[in-house]
Write a protein that binds this ligand. Structure first.
Ligand SMILES: Nc1ncnc2c1ncn2[C@@H]1O[C@H](COP(=O)(O)OP(=O)(O)OP(=O)(O)O)[C@@H](O)[C@H]1O
Ligand SMILES: [Mg+2]
Length: 137
């Protein structure tokens, strides 16, 4: 089983212009990118600023439209025509400024518990125990 497979991915953003606001050109943010990640592997995608790393990640997450290509997660095609397979529990994105995900007005417990609240049904006690375990780890 391949964990993640990106096949000839293209993400083009339209540039509009003129008085009719028509599409006059496009930014080829990602243009024919392919790679595979096997289970247990750590994969580093390196490139100069503006070369399309974040756009590639967002396409995998379903956060932007894909112009062409295929994305498979655990051998399952994610971008089936018309609908998108839900993988939100299995793939998460850590954005470039990770500290912005730590809301300074929230308690540590609530920050760590937030994803648990989204995906699991735990009692208050269980939740607190789990958060403490995670902090310990
Ligand atoms: N929503 C969008 N609309 C139009 N152009 C976009 C959009 N998002 C990204 N781009 C353009 O696509 C290209 C790739 O951007 P991207 O953010 O993926 O690069 P990056 O490799 O992550 O760069 P950095 O190392 O600076 O984070 C850039 O030219 C960017 O301006
Ligand atoms: Mg980026």
């Amino acid at each position: 089983m391949t964990l993640l497979k990106v096949d000839n991915l293209k993400v083009h953003f339209p540039i509009r212009g003129g008085i009719l606001n028509r599409v006059v050109d496009s930014i080829k943010a990602v243009d024919d990118v392919s790679f595979e990640i096997q289970p247990g592997e750590t994969y580093g995608l390196v490139g100069e600023s503006g070369s399309g790393k974040t756009t590639t990640g967002k396409a995998v997450m379903g956060l932007n439209n894909i112009t062409d290509g295929k994305i498979y997660f655990q051998d399952e095609l994610l971008n089936k025509s018309g609908k998108r397979v839900n993988i939100r529990k299995d793939i998460q994105m850590i954005f470039q400024d990770p500290y912005s995900s730590l809301n300074p007005r929230k308690r540590v417990l609530d920050i760590i518990a937030e994803p648990l609240r989204n995906y699991e049904k735990l009692s208050k006690q269980e939740e607190k125990k789990k958060v403490q375990e995670l902090l310990e780890k």
